[in-house]
Design a protein around this ligand. Sequence first.
Ligand SMILES: *[C@@H]1O[C@H](CO)[C@@H](O)[C@H](O)[C@H]1NC(C)=O
Ligand SMILES: *[C@@H]1O[C@H](CO)[C@@H](O)[C@H](O)[C@H]1NC(C)=O
Length: 422
Amino acid sequence: MHLFLEFNCVVILVVLLDLGFTAVINSDDEELPCPGSCLCEEEDTLFCNSIELQKVPGYWPNHYRKVVLRNVSLTTLHKASFKRFKALEELRIEECFQLDMIDKYAFKGLHKLRILAITRNPKLTQIYKATFSGIGNENSLKIFINNNALTHVQPYSFKNVQNIRELTIEDECVSFGKNSLSSILKLDFAVLRGVCHLAAETFSNTTRVHNLHISDSNFDLVTRAFAGLTHVNHILLQNNRINTIHEDAFGGSSTIGNLQIQTNKIIHLEPRAFAATENLGSVVFMQNTITQALRSPECIYNEAQKFVFSDNTLKCDCALKWARHHSDRTFLKENFCGREEAFKALIYYEPQGCPTEPPPIEEPSTRFFMTEEPPLLSTDAGNNFNYLSKHTSSTASSRCSLINWQLPIVCVLLRSHFTQYL
Ligand SMILES: *[C@@H]1O[C@H](CO)[C@@H](O)[C@H](O)[C@H]1NC(C)=O
Ligand SMILES: *[C@@H]1O[C@H](CO)[C@@H](O)[C@H](O)[C@H]1NC(C)=O
């Protein structure tokens, strides 16, 4: 009998050890299990560091509000891995040296989640379709995907994700496929660093973005890169190396409050790069260096309500001859040649030794004025977009003669006025 009891105890002990439970004593002297070789310094925090783990075990307690898996030997994060963790507010997957796959719907059902950080996992190269779908967060959620080995974000990785406070994706060289950041509803701050490819329609059907910031990247702004993106307060492209800003790079987007392109190194700005947008508030293009000459006035053609193009360093060579006949003196005064012309303002640039003088470009050409009406900005998009009221500042209208729809009328009036005296 005695022997039998002892045997029973051993069995229980072995079973307990097998399940990998160690005990922590909380203040109420009530024992809460802490799984594996993890730490549970606070009752609602699970911190697992440098342990063997192939999957998140189904027997782990699930009351935690914060879970950190650091340097665990996971290779795959399976679908709905954390679904039992109904109270989880913060999840960090860090330095998992073998993690190379996160299944679709991996974070499904984490309704209380506020912070999701996936950082420094050196084998994580791809984010696949629907990885972040199905979270169903009730609160505003921050997602950080930083310093992994990410090279590709596949289409619809964030499909139907809603109410994101911040989404940061940062790595050495990330290629964003078509629709990769598509169908996100309400994204306050999107921060992308280390972009090396941004496909057309990367953001299709994504709406209500407060700030979209792309910096420290090296990529091409392809035609329709932002197509399908609607209701954005501010897009900022800063400190990037951009090979070419292609025709209609911002085409197909709608209701962008402010597009700011600042301190980038750009090789080529194509004609009509800012064309084909709908309801574009202001464009501020400042302090950029463009290494190939702008070929025609259409390079600064746009449909924005306000267009500021100043303090840029432009290549001055024969291709820029059109600028001598350009009517927008502000453009000529506030932008500068490069070193080749000792950084003089464009207005002082005199092309030398160029092949035969082309006939003066007839400008402003009529196609500049095809938009008879300045775009009307909707106010139905919530308070974020109220600033889009139609105030075009006076400096802007003098600055942007090319885009001012009223100018032809003024020009015609002036012309008839002067002919009277000729
Ligand atoms: C990661 O965990 C392994 C054991 O699984 C350990 O040998 C290694 O030293 C740990 N690395 C770091 C950086 O903590
Ligand atoms: C965008 O949303 C519309 C309407 O919900 C849908 O028909 C269309 O397929 C979506 N497009 C993409 C690229 O997801």
